[in-house]
Design a binder for this molecule. Sequence first.
Ligand SMILES: Nc1ncnc2c1ncn2[C@@H]1O[C@H](COP(=O)(O)OP(=O)(O)OP(=O)(O)O)[C@@H](O)[C@H]1O
Ligand SMILES: [Mg+2]
Length: 417
Amino acid sequence: MKVLVIGGGAREHALCRSLSQDPAVSELHCAPGNAGIAQVATVHPVDQLDGTAVTALARQLAADLVVVGPEAPLVAGVADPLRAAGIPVFGPSGEAAQLEGSKAFAKDVMAGAGVPTARSYVCTTAEEAAEALDAFGAPYVVKDDGLAAGKGVVVTADRTAALAHAASCDRVVIEEYLDGPEVSLFAITDGTTVLPLQPAQDFKRALDGDAGPNTGGMGAYSPLPWAPEGLVAEVLETVLQPTVDELRRRGTPFSGLLYAGLALTSRGTRVIEFNARFGDPETQVVLARLRTPLAGVLLAAANGTLADLEPLRWDEGAAVTVVVAAEGYPAAPRSGDVIEGLEKAEAADGTVWVLHAGTRLDEQDRVLSAGGRVLSVTATGGTLAEARDRAYAGVAEIALEGSQHRTDIALKAAQQG
Ligand SMILES: Nc1ncnc2c1ncn2[C@@H]1O[C@H](COP(=O)(O)OP(=O)(O)OP(=O)(O)O)[C@@H](O)[C@H]1O
Ligand SMILES: [Mg+2]
């Protein structure tokens, strides 16, 4: 099987790593990729938002499967010309990706499907926003309706700040505050059959103890020893399957990766958000534990044959990933610095590996930082504590001027089990 992956972050490096280990994959390509992906795939300098260029590349490579990683190309509809050209693609259509591209649309789908989520109002004027804020009270949750690269949501006790954020967006969703731990649950779907993966948890804030600004994610772990038994089955029945069924009923079937961001509140499980793609950095730990070869699973979703697939097999152990970010991330990350220690950070026995997010090669083939989140050091172990120790031992080997990382990824969970 010839596979083309679209994207160039640590999520795509994780996808490429798993695909490169699948004996069914004979050729692996990625566009645009990064310095780490280039070690396991042939990279192509193609604009990931350009559906015509991506389709031309897939045709030229005679790709048997295209996997679209990030939300921006999905919401831009890059999967559509691929499908129209008869190329199997893992990733929803532009219309179905509105589940992530518009928070108001997602709320409408959830209302239609009877999926439990925060009560909300969609507001377009300052008066509507003020009324909605006062209806729910503090803490206020104000969400830009559209894609905002992780910067669209403000959660604050400050009414003025909440109003200011609403004013800076064309359309916002204002919703009730949800209390309780968050879980990311991914499901692979072909539009009818839904196959949940193992749950994971990510760390959104920049600094230890969940302080500092929101980021794209500073680390993740799986499994969740503290999660209630039966959580996956419950979410499949009350959230994932009804959502997939609702989108199919509306004539916009969703195939690809359905990401449910959940809050486990005292009143039950509630959906915080949907995404239309694998989460980054949760993918790094979820795929680290998946034993079933990946390509066949993604192809079955693309071809509508998920119901025929054998149950997925999982590693019983744990996985932890720690993000190494550039100085100044997320506000103003510096880039262009040489990264050293990448080989030393990896374990010879395959229990620690470094996934690249924002990196590039210079003329002398040195690896340079080229983004806010630079690396995602990932490790497996028999327990979360072991995986965590290994991941941090890997991080300690990496030298990048001014870089930062959290020191408490998976700490509490590792102490629990
Ligand atoms: N109703 C809510 N109550 C409490 N916290 C919330 C609520 N909605 C969102 N949040 C917090 O804000 C974060 C970001 O919200 P959300 O996931 O909707 O935004 P996003 O920008 O689409 O995120 P992502 O980058 O993960 O796709 C959540 O992970 C959660 O911590
Ligand atoms: Mg989102």
